[in-house]
Design a protein around this ligand. Structure first.
Ligand SMILES: Nc1ncnc2c1ncn2[C@@H]1O[C@H](COP(=O)(O)OP(=O)(O)OP(=O)(O)O)[C@@H](O)[C@H]1O
Ligand SMILES: [Mg+2]
Length: 248
């Protein structure tokens, strides 16, 4: 059983959409996939959360597991404290994931970014990755400001000895601006990890079939798709200083 942790450069960056895309391709390849959302915040009990999005986008072909839910849209530690509900422990998350016996792939989607606290002892998704000895996929926004957040995330992972599998841009606009274009070149540079895909920003209402096609076109072969970075990234016109030599 492979396990992958999905985090992001922030909240609302497309972690759930990328998680669903990875899960959809694995399921299409015949794998048994379970998507785990340890802590769902900002959603009332009984209302659809991130896992409902995963089920909708994958056409119900992946199993899902939510461990805790806190209604206020806050970091899990804060939301748990304020709700009076028990916070999660990394050990509990690890046990729940390890107890999933009949899966080929388990994808764990964090809340917010990597160092968002799960409980008041300061445990984070990074501790979950360490406990499970699982690689991390970082979902990034496309535009200005993402390089810093992506570099900080990569540095935090490296400090903890956690493998950064790569970076996926969760929602890439049809008409990218200059920062959105150049970031495709710079994200691998600042993170030291490969760009493993770029999903288009129009997948909100996609049906499962269109979603799977978009996932296949937008994700790198490492994630089961056929996205080609050498083609996709060759769109940044380089501005050379006037006296530079092309063979310098
Ligand atoms: N590629 C995309 N195409 C269309 N809509 C998208 C895309 N990526 C993200 N969105 C939309 O943007 C919003 C945030 O995306 P998503 O829920 O995947 O982010 P997240 O990082 O999982 O957020 P959270 O931190 O709340 O878990 C959602 O409404 C989602 O449908
Ligand atoms: Mg999400």
């Amino acid at each position: 059983m492979r396990t992958m942790i999905v985090t992001g450069t922030g909240t609302g960056v497309g972690k759930t959409v990328v998680t669903a895309a990875v899960a959809a391709l694995a399921a299409a390849a015949g794998e048994r996939v379970v998507v785990v959302k340890p802590a769902q915040t900002g959603i009332e009990p009984g209302a659809p959360g991130d896992l409902a999005d995963v089920e909708r986008l994958t056409g119900g072909r992946v199993a899902t597991l939510e461990l805790a839910r806190y209604p206020e849209p806050l970091a899990p530690a804060t939301a748990a404290r304020r709700s009076g509900l028990p916070p999660l422990r990394v050990e509990e998350i690890e046990k729940s994931v390890r107890a999933i016996g009949d899966a080929d792939l388990v994808v764990v989607e964090g809340a917010g970014g990597l160092l968002v606290r799960i409980n008041d002892d300061g445990e984070t998704l990074a501790d979950v990755a360490t406990a499970l000895d699982a690689p991390v996929l970082v979902v990034a926004t496309a535009g200005l400001g993402v390089l810093n957040a992506a570099a900080l995330t990569a540095e935090a992972l490296a400090t903890r000895g956690i493998r950064l599998e790569g970076v996926v841009v969760g929602a890439y606009p049809a008409e990218p601006d200059l920062a959105e274009r150049t970031n495709l070149d710079d994200l691998p540079e600042v993170t030291g990890a490969p760009l493993l895909g770029v999903l288009p920003a129009d997948l909100g209402g996609a049906d499962p079939e269109d979603f799977e096609t978009a996932a296949r076109c937008g994700l790198h072969p490492v994630l089961g798709g056929r996205w080609d970075a050498t083609v996709a990234v060759r769109q940044t016109p380089t501005v050379r200083p006037p006296n530079s030599r092309s063979d310098a």
